[in-house]
Design a protein around this ligand. Structure first.
Ligand code: ATP
Ligand code: MG
Length: 251
């Protein structure tokens, strides 16, 4: 696979403090792949995601998008779903297109197609307060994908959901990823979610003393066949991957 994005020897320090969060982070993301980042709370996962999104600039090192994109490079779902409460589902999903000045019939069709894809047909005119947590996350996902980004960044998109809804959302996400030409980089706390979804799991860890600064300490390719069905989670192979990731996080 071609490389989609590379991170080379990136350091990041929050200047107020100062707090050195990331040191010497390197990774590469193959085009079309599904990469998942795990690690302890506070280690720097969201910081790395914000660097990939271009919302933060590395203190040193380089982040390069190696595949030229069409200007629709990135879609993001943040750790807290941040829908606009005064807008309906349709109006929330349409926002990225409006920001690009696209208000015509083609834009409306893209919005509807995305609402259908995430399974929210029938709820177009609902407001966020009328939706369940899982439905709100679907809206956030639809909004992140409606402008057909080449890179989808997900920061614990299902963190606030109950276990059953979360499992269903994981399966939905795989279905959506397989239906679109998009590269996914996702942060999660759930080891089984990481194994189920990923082509490769990256483990972030810090200095054993104070946990800081952090880097990528392990990379574990997950060679479970696709499409993956839910039942794979009970197999010995799956459990071995999960145990390996747990051990890597605890090191
Ligand atoms: N804007 C900021 N200014 C100063 N420090 C920050 C800022 N954002 C995050 N930090 C600090 O950087 C460290 C890493 O934060 P980050 O949000 O990247 O962690 P995380 O791995 O995503 O954690 P979690 O799993 O809990 O979401 C934390 O110690 C946090 O306090
Ligand atoms: Mg975070």
């Amino acid at each position: 696979m071609d490389t989609f994005l590379t991170v080379e020897r990136v350091d990041y320090t929050f200047e107020d403090g100062p707090l050195s969060v990331l040191a010497d982070v390197s990774l590469s993301i193959p085009a079309g792949s599904f990469v998942v980042l795990v690690g302890p709370s506070g280690v720097g996962k969201s910081t790395l995601l914000r660097l990939l999104a271009g919302l933060l600039r590395p203190s040193s090192g380089r982040i390069t998008l190696t595949q030229q994109s069409t200007g629709n490079a990135i879609g993001i779902v943040f750790q807290r779903d941040n829908l606009m409460p005064w807008r309906t589902v349709t109006e929330n999903v349409r926002l990225p297109l409006e920001l690009q000045g696209r208000n015509g019939l083609a834009a409306s069709r893209s919005v509807q197609a995305m609402i259908d894809l995430v399974g929210l047909a029938g709820f177009e005119q609902s407001y966020p307060a009328q939706l369940s947590g899982g439905m709100a996350q679907r809206v956030a996902l639809a909004r992140a994908l409606v402008h057909q980004p080449t890179l989808l960044l997900l920061d614990e998109p299902f963190g606030a959901l109950d276990a059953l809804t979360r499992e269903r959302m994981g399966q939905e996400l795989l279905r959506i990823w397989q239906a679109m030409p998009v590269t996914v980089f996702m942060v999660t706390h759930s080891i089984s979610e990481a194994v189920f979804l990923a082509d490769e799991v990256l483990v972030m860890g810090g200095d054993p003393g104070n946990g800081r600064p952090a880097a990528i300490t392990h990379r574990l390719p997950i060679q479970l066949l696709r499409p993956r069905r839910f039942e794979v989670q009970g197999t010995a192979e799956f459990l071995e991957y999960a145990a390996a990731i747990r051990a890597a996080i605890q090191q």
